[in-house]
Design a protein around this ligand. Structure first.
Ligand SMILES: [Zn+2]
Length: 119
C-alpha cells in the first residue's frame, strides 16, 4: 500500500484515497470506510443492519480498541510529559500542582479509609 491508497476497514478493498471522504484527524486525512461503505451505512436500512449485527459491530470495535491500545498509551504519555514539562517550567504553576496533588491524595486516602470502615 502506498500513500495514495488505503484499505477500507469495512469492505476490506484497497482503494485510492479519493474514494474516501476527507476527515481532519484520520490516519491519511480520510475516513476509515470508503465512500460506498459510508453511503451504505447512512441509508435508512443501515440502522436495521447495525441492530441485527450488534455482536459483529461490537467485536469490530473491540478489536480496534485493542489494536490501538499501545498508540493511545503512547499518546497519553506524550501528552502527560508535555503537560508536566510546562508545569515544571513555571515555578508558580508547579507549586500549585504539588498542592493539588497532596490534596487529592489526602482525599483519596480518606475515601479509602471510609470504605474500609463501612465494609
Ligand atoms: Zn468499503
Amino acid at each position: 500500500m502506498n500513500e495514495s491508497t488505503k484499505t477500507c476497514t469495512k469492505c476490506g478493498e484497497t482503494k485510492h484515497v479519493s474514494d474516501f471522504y476527507a476527515k481532519e484527524r484520520g490516519k491519511y486525512g480520510v475516513m476509515s470506510w470508503c465512500k460506498r461503505c459510508h453511503l451504505a451505512m447512512t441509508t435508512p436500512n443501515a440502522r436495521a443492519w447495525q441492530q441485527a449485527h450488534r455482536d459483529r459491530a461490537y467485536a469490530t470495535h473491540k478489536r480496534y480498541r485493542e489494536r490501538t491500545l499501545d498508540n493511545r498509551r503512547a499518546q497519553n504519555r506524550r501528552a502527560y510529559e508535555q503537560r508536566m514539562a510546562r508545569i515544571k517550567a513555571n515555578p508558580e504553576l508547579h507549586a500549585r500542582y504539588l498542592e493539588h496533588k497532596r490534596e487529592s491524595q489526602r482525599a483519596w486516602r480518606a475515601a479509602r479509609r471510609h470504605q474500609a470502615v463501612d465494609a
